[in-house]
Design a protein around this ligand. Structure first.
Ligand SMILES: Cc1cc2nc3c(=O)[nH]c(=O)nc-3n(C[C@H](O)[C@H](O)[C@H](O)COP(=O)(O)OP(=O)(O)OC[C@H]3O[C@@H](n4cnc5c(N)ncnc54)[C@H](O)[C@@H]3O)c2cc1C
Length: 229
C-alpha cells in the first residue's frame, strides 16, 4: 500500500498502522487519523457533496483531485461576504482553528494563513495568549485547569462565517468544482442497493460518489426511499 493505490477487494481492510481502506470500482478511499485520501486508478466522473459547511468544503477540495467534476450543493443562499446563515445556526459563535485543522488547511490551500490574517482572524499562541475562567479559577486551557501559561502552538480565532468564507473562496476557485446553492437535496438516487446520485428540485444528478455533509441536520440520511436511518 506504499504508493497509496491498493488492489480492490471485497471489504474495508485495516493495515498495520490503523488506516481503513475501502475498495471501489475506480480505486480506493483511505481514511486515517489524519484524514481522507482518495487513490483512483482511472478518471472517476462526478462526485456530489451535499452541504457546504466545513465538512462539505474540505471534502470538495479533496475530491477535486480525483474526480473530473465535483458538484457542491447547499440549501442556503450563501452570502457573498462573511455572514451568518440559516443552515449553520452555530455560526453566530466565534470559532477557534486548532493546530491540527490549521495544518490540514495549509496543506490543502497553500497560503491559507495569509488569507485568514488578511480577513481579520486573530493569531494566538495556545496555552499562553488567552485564558478562561473555570470553576477552579483562571486557566490557560479550556478543557483542563491550567493556572500557569504553557505555550502549545498557533491557533486562530475568528467568526465561523469568516473561516468558512476563506475556505469557500479557495474551493470555488477550483476549475472542476461547480456549486449549486439554494438547492435542497431531499432524496438520493438509488439503483438497487447503491446510491447513484441525488435529486435536486426533481432533477436527478447522477454521481459516482455522494458525500452527505449535511451536519447534524436531518439531511438526506433519513430518506425513507433508501431505508437509511
Ligand atoms: C457554540 C458552538 C461553538 C463551536 N466552536 C467551534 C470551534 O471553536 N472550533 C471548531 O472547529 N468547531 C466548533 N464548533 C463545531 C462546528 O461548528 C461544527 O462541528 C461544524 O460546523 C460542523 O460542520 P459540518 O460541515 O459538518 O456541518 P454544518 O456546519 O452544520 O453544515 C451543514 C451544511 O449542510 C447544509 N444542508 C443541510 N441539509 C441540507 C440538504 N438537505 N440539502 C442541501 N444542503 C443541506 C446546511 O445548509 C449547511 O450549510 C462549535 C459548535 C457550536 C455549536
Amino acid at each position: 500500500m506504499g504508493d497509496g493505490v491498493h488492489t480492490p477487494g471485497l471489504y474495508a481492510e485495516e493495515d498495520v498502522v490503523g488506516h481503513w481502506t475501502f475498495p471501489g470500482p475506480n480505486g480506493t478511499i483511505r481514511v486515517s487519523g489524519g484524514g481522507l485520501e482518495v487513490a483512483l486508478a482511472m478518471p472517476a466522473g462526478r462526485a456530489v457533496v451535499v452541504g457546504s459547511g466545513m465538512a462539505g468544503l474540505f471534502s470538495t477540495r479533496v475530491l477535486s483531485d480525483c474526480f473530473d467534476e465535483v458538484v457542491l450543493i447547499d440549501r442556503d443562499n450563501i452570502p457573498e461576504a462573511p455572514s451568518t446563515r440559516a443552515g449553520v445556526p452555530q455560526g453566530r459563535h466565534f470559532h477557534a482553528l486548532l493546530p491540527g485543522g490549521l495544518n490540514i488547511a495549509r496543506d490543502l490551500f497553500p497560503g491559507f494563513t495569509e488569507d485568514l490574517e488578511a480577513a481579520g482572524a486573530v493569531k494566538c499562541v495556545a496555552g499562553q495568549d488567552f485564558c478562561a475562567f473555570r470553576p477552579e479559577g483562571k486557566s490557560y486551557a479550556l478543557a483542563v485547569f491550567q493556572p500557569e501559561p504553557r505555550p502549545m502552538g498557533i491557533i486562530y480565532f475568528m467568526s465561523r462565517a469568516l473561516l468558512e468564507d476563506c475556505v469557500r473562496r479557495r474551493v470555488e476557485a477550483l476549475p472542476n468544482v461547480r456549486t449549486r446553492y439554494r438547492s435542497v437535496v431531499r432524496e438520493p438516487l438509488i439503483d438497487g442497493e447503491r446510491v447513484t446520485g441525488v435529486i435536486v428540485g426533481g432533477e436527478p444528478i447522477p454521481a459516482e460518489l455522494v458525500v452527505d455533509a449535511t451536519g447534524r441536520n436531518a439531511g438526506i440520511r433519513q430518506s425513507r426511499s433508501c431505508g437509511l436511518k
